[in-house]
Design a binder for this molecule. Structure first.
Ligand code: SF4
Ligand code: SF4
Length: 389
């Protein structure tokens, strides 16, 4: 697909990457068949091919419009379209750079997006506003916000254990506030095996939230702070228990091409499944029948498939396959708050597919999916490592 870039955009860094990806597209439309938003609406402009076409128009006219902004804001950035593309179009890059170009223009960003960007990546602000939100929860008009406020903030656990070691544990922002038991459980698994680790105390948001919403420069600032403050040694590995963070952390070298240590930092990052697969575990939960809901950021973003299922099966659980397991649950970062109608429709499909196989417990690998599915299911929804002892 040939793109004639508007003269005013020729010097924008983001534009070259966009043009390279767009030029690979041959309009075949294979991607539409796996796109959750296209499946929901049947609308060409709510599928990857239509979105690419709209972004191309923006580059040629240096102008955004309602159709493009609506289409991109309804994209989950789940990247389910990428594996189906015969030309290898990396759609995730197109969505990211296009959002950056749109929201770089003054006052294009809706108020709710601005609010979420101010609050969620800052753990102190997030906890404070979350507590206030819970007091007023019955008065909150939006069902998706009421659901998001349904968990009581747990007290932060004290993670003891070895303070120095070759393993670095990340805590994440939302996970640290709402499901701190996940990293605590991981610390216990490591202690039992006498594996030394250190927990990051100065950790900043990984930048994924800002990236998803087009704030690339803010994301790069957070990433730079992480790389410089964490001071990862050459023989250390960084373990991520939230796949939504892991997918971004593994690409720090792409986002920070000129920062020393960014590529060694990115290379040191492992999803927790890639690390734990070397160990044997015993069952830590009474459940027998388990469904693993693999987040898009794990299966499409990090391209990790089958490892969690292998570990759980080896540990003694029956891992149940279920239909359309590659489809997004609708959580997708802040999507469930910003696009509640579409998110709920996708969750309903996921819940129906899960109900078909009647699991005792549903597990996931990302806090966003876990918290979004939890209120809609009548079985526990946990992080998968909580099943291991
Ligand atoms: S990222 Fe997901 S929602 Fe967006 S176009 Fe691709 S498949 Fe569709
Ligand atoms: S599958 Fe790839 S080449 Fe075909 S329309 Fe989609 S992005 Fe373009």
């Amino acid at each position: 697909m040939r793109t004639m870039i508007a003269p005013t955009l020729k010097n924008e860094d983001a534009v070259q990457e966009l043009v390279t990806e767009i030029s690979k597209c041959v309009h075949c439309g294979f991607c539409n068949s796996v796109c959750p938003t296209y499946q929901l609406t049947g609308n060409e402009l709510q599928g990857p091919r239509g979105r690419i076409y709209l972004v191309k128009g923006m580059l040629e006219r240096d102008d955004t419009n309602e159709a493009l902004e609506d289409s991109l804001s309804k994209c989950l950035t789940c990247r389910a379209c990428e594996p189906s593309c015969p030309s290898g179009v990396q759609y995730g890059k197109i969505a990211e750079e296009a959002r950056f170009l749109i929201y770089n223009r003054p006052s294009r960003r809706p108020f709710l997006q601005r609010l979420l960007l101010k609050v969620i990546p800052d753990i102190v602000k997030f906890k404070r506003l979350y507590r206030i939100g819970r007091w007023f929860r019955p008065l909150v008009p939006s069902k998706s916000f009421r659901e998001a406020l349904s968990r009581k903030l747990p007290s932060p656990p004290t993670i003891t254990g070895m303070k120095e070691g070759k393993v670095v544990l990340l805590q994440g922002c939302v996970q640290q506030a709402l499901t701190p038991e996940v990293v605590l459980h991981l610390a216990e698994l490591l202690e039992t095996r006498e594996i030394p680790f250190r927990v990051m105390s100065q950790e900043r948001c990984c930048g994924s939230l800002n990236l998803h919403l087009g704030e690339k420069e803010v994301a790069q600032h957070e990433m730079t702070t992480n790389v410089t403050q964490m001071r990862i040694e050459s023989d250390e590995i960084i373990l991520s228990t939230a796949s939504g963070c892991g997918v971004t952390l593994k690409e720090y070298d792409r986002y920070l091409p000129h920062l020393e240590h960014a590529s060694s930092f990115a290379e040191a990052v492992l999803d927790i499944s890639e690390y734990l697969v070397q160990f044997e575990f015993k069952k830590a939960h009474e459940a027998e029948r388990v469904v693993f809901h693999s987040p898009c950021t794990l299966q499409h973003g990090q391209k990790i498939s089958g490892i969690v299922e292998t570990i759980l099966t080896r540990t003694g659980y029956e891992v149940l396959p279920y239909r359309d397991s590659g489809r997004c649950c609708g959580s997708a970062g802040t999507y469930s708050l910003l696009q509640p109608k579409q998110a709920t429709a996708l969750r309903d499909k996921k819940i129906a597919a899960l109900a078909d196989v009647a699991p005792d417990v549903v597990v996931s690998a990302n806090v966003g999916c876990q918290l979004f599915l939890e209120p809609a299911l009548d079985v526990p929804v946990l992080h998968w490592i909580e099943l291991l002892g």
